[in-house]
Design a protein around this ligand. Structure first.
Ligand code: GLY
Length: 369
């Protein structure tokens, strides 16, 4: 079988399928270098929850619960660290309005039975001495963890290689087969016979030739610009990911801090803009003033695969043999374990697990495109 796309979803699926004995060819001209590379690695089902997205929350919590085992297995299979950290997340408010929003959010989270703790201003700063004295309050979410997405990608790539996944550095341009998938053809003209294709090409998944229109996932690019800073002088290190209204900060174990991210509907534009860098740094230093004296070591940009309802599409399509795994939007890293398990259950056992039933691509097939 062929996996189209070597981001976190394609690599996780390829690894799990190869582990089940499936012969897998993964096609990507730059595996691990697109949205998964630019991510922050937040495993944050609770702090990413939005009103009305309760089904997605359930899927995200399932995947977060799978993470420790996923990482253990991955580190064993790859021989590499995956960079998983159980440091929690602290959402903070910087003025009375933001604090009122957090109060409402906290009530919503409690109604959903989530493990969250409302924190007063002083308690926030006791927990994180680097926070600004303007912090008015917060919500501590101990179960929202993080993973270094770049270590994760390297470990997945190594686990795939050890598991016998064949990598083709190219792009799939077209699928052949009238009634069902028979062959994948790359841009360089390489032909790969296959009866199953997993389409995990992120925001590029909506335009594969040779596939009936109604079988393609309705996915679009959502631009995210993201930065990394590093202290030049000793400062209190952040122990938690910090989430504000306009930005978040995710500390890495080596002192680097990831600052993200914009959410922009600008098509396939991946240019980093001065305005975005300015706004992200402004928001970050309002929360953590020592950002001012940090070195800006990286600016980057990824294109999240957005779907019409912000939830992923996982499962069979309207074209026989074409299986979809995209649309993970802001949660690709988090949803990798549950997606990979669902794909391997579907492809190896013929059964899509209950927990992904609300997220099949067919939910969009009756809508006009
Ligand atoms: N999950 C964080 C982001 O998409 O920016």
């Amino acid at each position: 079988m062929v996996v189209v796309g070597g981001g976190v979803i394609g690599l996780s699926a390829a690894w799990k399928l190869a582990d089940r004995g499936v012969s897998v060819t993964l096609v990507d001209d730059r595996p691990g270098e697109a949205a998964s590379w630019a991510a922050a690695g937040m495993l944050a089902p609770v702090t990413e929850v939005h009103y009305g997205e309760e089904p997605l929350l359930a899927l995200a919590r399932t995947s977060a619960d799978l993470y420790p085992q996923f990482v253990d297995d991955l580190e064993r299979a790859s021989g590499l660290p995956a960079g998983y950290s159980r440091s929690g997340t602290l959402a903070v408010a910087l003025d009375a309005d933001e604090n009122a929003v957090l109060k409402e959010l906290h009530l919503f989270q409690l109604r959903l039975g989530l493990e969250v703790e409302r924190m007063k201003s002083a308690a926030c700063r006791d927990l994180e001495p680097g926070l600004s004295s303007s912090v008015r309050g917060g919500i501590l979410v101990p179960g929202d963890h993080q993973i270094d997405n770049r270590l994760l990608l390297a470990a997945l790539r190594a686990a795939c290689e050890h598991g016998g996944v064949h990598f083709v550095n190219d792009r799939v341009a077209e699928l052949n087969g009238r009634e069902a998938v028979e062959e994948a053809v790359t841009e360089d003209g390489v032909r790969i016979r296959c009866r199953t294709v997993v389409l995990a090409a992120g925001c590029w998944s909506g335009s594969l030739k040779g596939v009936p229109e109604q079988a393609l996932p309705p996915v679009r690019p959502v631009k995210g610009q993201i930065l990394q800073v590093r202290p030049l002088h000793p400062v209190p290190p952040l122990e938690h990911s910090i989430r504000g209204t306009d930005a978040y900060l995710v500390p890495r174990g080596d002192g680097r801090v990831v600052v993200g991210a914009t959410v922009e509907e600008l098509g396939f534009d991946t240019r980093v803009t001065a305005g975005a860098v300015y706004e992200l740094l402004r928001a970050a230093r309002r929360m953590v003033p020592s950002v001012d004296d940090m070195e800006l070591i990286e600016t980057s940009c990824g294109l999240r695969p957005g779907s019409p309802d912000n939830a992923p599409m996982i499962g069979p399509s309207a074209h026989d043999g074409l299986v979809i795994a995209t649309g993970h939007y802001r949660n690709g890293i988090l949803l990798a374990p549950v997606t990979a398990d669902a794909l391997s259950a579907f492809i190896c056992d013929g059964e899509l697990p209950e927990n992904v039933a609300p997220f099949t691509p067919q939910r969009f097939s009756r809508r006009p495109r």
